[in-house]
Design a protein around this ligand. Structure first.
Ligand SMILES: [Zn+2]
Ligand SMILES: [Zn+2]
Length: 162
């Protein structure tokens, strides 16, 4: 959604509220598309003493795949954004300020970028996930390893004698 803030740019105390659902199901993290549900984006732009301040909360439930055991699980995701908006930059060093384009900005693009930056680089179904056995593929969180212990033939022969 493109949000036009020209209506409040010259009126301190004024604000615009927004509430939308954003589709981020095409965001790809190494072949996994975690945002299977719409992302709810709620917030406002307020003119505070002549400065435009954007605040937004994005909320959804992600469908994740554990890096260790491959289990698919759901995880709540929440993100809070805060940005100052300006028509021009007074200080080029300050990249916290979002530059308006013709009195408007792309809210969806902003949330999409923040979403990508805030994703965990490592996804685990639980902190102490034991993963899969490299031998038999058993999910060691739920089942015992099925690998047969190889018995030394000499030891087997000795066992027979005993
Ligand atoms: Zn796991
Ligand atoms: Zn095993």
């Amino acid at each position: 959604m493109r949000l036009d803030v020209r209506g409040i740019i010259n009126t301190p105390g004024d604000g615009i509220e927004f509430n939308e659902e954003l589709d981020l199901s095409d965001v790809d993290f190494g072949g996994v598309y975690p945002a299977v549900r719409p992302v709810s984006v709620v917030g406002a732009v307020r003119n505070i003493a002549g400065m435009l301040r954007l605040t937004a909360d994005a909320d959804t439930t992600l469908s994740c795949v554990c890096d260790r055991c491959g289990t698919v699980f759901e995880k709540p995701f929440r993100l809070s954004l805060e940005r100052m908006l300006a028509e021009e930059l007074e200080d080029a060093e300050n990249d916290d300020i979002l530059l308006l384009d013709d009195g408007a900005f792309d809210l969806d693009e902003l949330v999409r970028e923040a979403f990508i930056l805030n994703m965990d680089t490592k996804t685990l179904c639980r902190e102490d996930c034991k993963g899969l056995c490299s031998g038999c593929g058993a999910n060691l969180n739920f089942e015992a390893c099925r690998c047969k212990k190889e018995i030394d033939p000499r030891w087997a022969a000795l066992q027979k004698l005993l």
